[in-house]
Design a protein around this ligand. Structure first.
Ligand code: RB5
Length: 150
């Protein structure tokens, strides 16, 4: 898969290590930064990555900030993005099966690296269930986006 990564300073250290995990899994990774621990406002760095997923330049996005909260809120502002903030392996599987999430947000400071590796691997390797009830709900998310545009 083609995967874009992005983070603020709170996610930098784990992003660097998680990028290598994705590369070792055989994925193509584009790193939109940050590239150091220098303070950076998460909306500035997350928005371009989320937009690139919405524009289908990438199959998926993997983003981090300290808690994952700011990054996930920023990503979900972009129409077409279904970003899930995940802190457990069980939820990583469920959000792919139920929400067909296309962006994974993780917490670089409040979830340990080993857990995030398992979350990310599970999220990458789990397919959407294609269950009609989940598809219907995802369509309703797109409907909300349309209404919000008016
Ligand atoms: C940065 O200090 C921190 O606020 C940020 O990484 C994130 O946790 C925000 O939601």
């Amino acid at each position: 898969m083609k995967i874009v990564m992005a983070c603020d300073h709170g996610g930098f250290e784990q992003k660097e290590r998680l990028k290598q995990v994705l590369l070792d899994m055989g994925h193509e990774v584009d790193d939109y930064g940050v590239h150091s621990e220098e303070s950076q406002d998460y909306p500035d760095v997350i928005y371009p990555a989320a937009k690139a997923v919405a524009n289908k330049e990438f199959d998926r996005g993997v983003i981090l900030c300290g808690t994952g909260i700011g990054a996930s809120i920023a990503a979900n502002k972009v129409h077409g993005v279904r970003c899930a903030l995940v802190t457990s392996v069980e939820v990583a599987q469920l959000t792919r099966e139920h929400n067909d999430s296309n962006v994974l947000a993780m917490a670089g400071r409040t979830t340990d690296y080993e857990t995030n590796v398992e979350i990310m691997k599970t999220w990458i390797n789990t397919e959407f269930s294609e269950d009609p009830r989940h598809s219907r709900r995802i369509c309703k998310l797109a409907d909300i986006e349309q209404k919000e545009e008016c």
